[in-house]
Design a protein around this ligand. Sequence first.
Ligand code: 5GP
Length: 352
Amino acid sequence: LEWCVSVPKVELHAHLNGSVRNSTLFELARVLGDKGVIVFSDVENVIMKDDRTLHEVFKLFDLIHILTTDHSTVTRITKEVIEDFAAENVVYLELRTTPKRNDSIGMSKRSYMDAVMEGLRAVSSVDVDYSPPGLKTNRFNGSTRKKMYVRFLLSIDRRESTEAAMETVKLALEMRDLGVVGIDLSGNPIVGNWSTFLPALKFAKEQGLYITLHCGEVPNQEEIKAMIDFLPNRIGHACCFDEENWRKLKSAKIPVEICLTSNIRTETISSIDIHHFVDLYKAKHPLVLCTDDSGVFSTSLSREYNLASSSFGLGKTEMFQLAEIAINFIFADDGVKADLRATFEEAVKKLN
Ligand code: 5GP
């Protein structure tokens, strides 16, 4: 595991509210418990439970959102999550989150995202670059401290309407010079219809935002086919594909964000031995290992690398290559890619 920690890594599929430390969730639950807003022991039972089906995971997210969704807490968890990834030697992070509106506390999707940005600016353990070149000065200027690139993806929740999805896309466009690079479609896969989100996703694509979709978490082949036909820049999971969609995916060469622990914990894949990582890896299909929800699934990116190495018999050379090749699939410009390649070149000298 130590070696996996020391390798520089690229994280492309991490949900903010799924990556919150358990200790922070407990602290927040205790405060709300004391105020009588929630019953602490109920929360404790849910947070402590390790095995969660996909269905239960979404109930847990509703609970986490009760604990986290006020401006100052959103700022706090953003700072902590980014610092936790930095401590894991993640050199490029695409963090995704669903902008939330909550009229009762005066929260708009924009003010939610402003709170996220405040958390980013509060990061102190590393130097963070979050803006595309030409728009804001790069904060690395001459610094010799550890550095990390952070970009944001705004998630559309499958519970949302076409209008709400469109609002998220417009917000992403508004926040482009603050490091928002794309749109994600996530949320409970048995809720909502592809046709509801398509207008907003099409608009996002036309405007040049990058798109990644949660695809094939349940065996809805029609939806999977429509999603591949849309040609997103990446997809997440790809667990329940039939033969035909599998062929389509491979010929379209759409990179896949692979979340091993998440797939096993949610029982989307019954056992690691039959995980589709192996088939995609052998076919040299573009793929990247990711955490999904490091808090909810008690994992880390290093653990995901370690798990892939031990489960699929990959040595250090293969694992390093796997980490490095992820640079090709990031939603950032060639300058960032070149800088990351240089970081990996430096690292390989030190690790050998
Ligand atoms: P947030 O967007 O609130 O920061 O992060 C939590 C949200 O991410 C959840 O409410 C859910 O919409 C989405 N999410 C997290 N993990 C998963 C997953 O494994 N599958 C899907 N489809 N959505 C997820």
